[in-house]
Design a protein around this ligand. Structure first.
Ligand SMILES: [Zn+2]
Length: 87
């Protein structure tokens, strides 16, 4: 089965999508990282919290990243907000 690939933001190498780690910057921008570079960032930033990802179920967030960053412009797609208390 064909598998997509992504390019790691930090090291520029390609990895299969299953290794993709989404990380959200303070600006709310999503960056794609390989597990290694995510670890590095987590060590550097000391404080990283988890949250929903855009392509993955889980992502990591910079301390200052907005909680709803996965939706890019800080607005969830239509139909998602009017729901069951998703905080
Ligand atoms: Zn990397």
């Amino acid at each position: 089965m064909a598998e997509g690939a992504f390019t790691c933001h930090d090291c520029g190498r390609q990895f299969p999508i299953r290794k993709l780690k989404e990380h959200f910057e303070p600006s709310g921008e999503k960056i794609d990282l390989c597990p290694e570079d995510l670890d590095e960032r987590m060590n550097k930033e000391q404080y990283v919290r988890g949250g929903p990802g855009k392509e993955k179920a889980a992502a990591s967030y910079s301390k200052e990243a907005p909680q709803d960053a996965p939706y890019g412009l800080r607005a969830p797609p239509p139909g998602l907000r009017s729901g069951s208390g998703r905080r």
